[in-house]
Design a protein. Structure first.
Length: 184
């Protein structure tokens, strides 16, 4: 099979585009209130978090900056490899700045635990996490999640930035993933 062909397809819609918009609006409101006067740096984890970030910042009413980090832990497939790799680091210092990490989904927490430890060494004024989704089983690696958009079952999901082998990021909703040969 060539690279761009996939053995899986989106299945059931778990969170509709309208529901996502409501969640993002609520999170933007909370962040705007909590960070009033602080000028936070929102650190987005590429690539999965990019659609969420783009919508979230348009719901934030206070001044802030955005920065990106590219990390990888899945390397194709649907299981976390447990090995977090930094592919592109932040381009700015974060010492004495309030940092809010903006992530798409927390599954085992391995990725965030690693990034939190790494960024804490740079002495930010504060560091918190905002995740759109959290899997119900999550938390093997304990990470404090200040903002959680929605809880989802422990299933692999795609859409709204989340991919399966780089596919399905463009869906406006969050859907389950079904492999060919599977039926519901
Ligand atoms: P963790 O380290 O197990 O918490 O995995 C977190 C990272 O894996 C997230 O940043 C996502 O990029 C990716 N990931 C985890 N679960 C899913 C999923 O259901 N769909 C797509 N990506 C996922
Ligand atoms: Mg991610």
């Amino acid at each position: 099979m060539s690279d761009h062909v996939t053995d899986a397809a989106p299945g059931k819609v778990l969170i509709s585009a309208d529901e996502i918009a409501q969640v993002v609006s609520r999170l933007g409101g909370e962040i705007s209130k909590d960070y009033e006067g602080q000028h936070p740096i929102l650190v987005n984890l590429l690539k999965g978090g990019v659609v969420f970030l783009a919508d979230l910042i348009r719901r934030i009413t206070i001044p802030h900056h955005i920065e990106f980090m590219k990390v990888s832990s899945y390397e194709g497939g649907t299981e976390s490899s447990g090995n977090v790799r930094i592919i592109d680091d932040l381009g700015v210092p974060i010492a004495n700045r309030p940092v809010l990490i903006v992530e798409d989904v927390v599954d085992t927490g391995t990725t965030l635990a690693y990034i939190l430890n790494m960024l804490r060494l740079r002495s930010p004024q504060s560091i918190e996490i905002c995740t759109l989704l959290r899997k119900r089983s999550s938390g093997q690696a304990q990470v404090p999640l200040r903002y959680v958009g929605a809880e989802i079952p422990d299933e692999y999901v795609v859409g709204y930035g989340l991919d399966y082998n780089e596919n399905f990021r463009h869906l406006p909703h969050i859907a389950t993933l079904e492999f060919s040969g599977e039926s519901t």
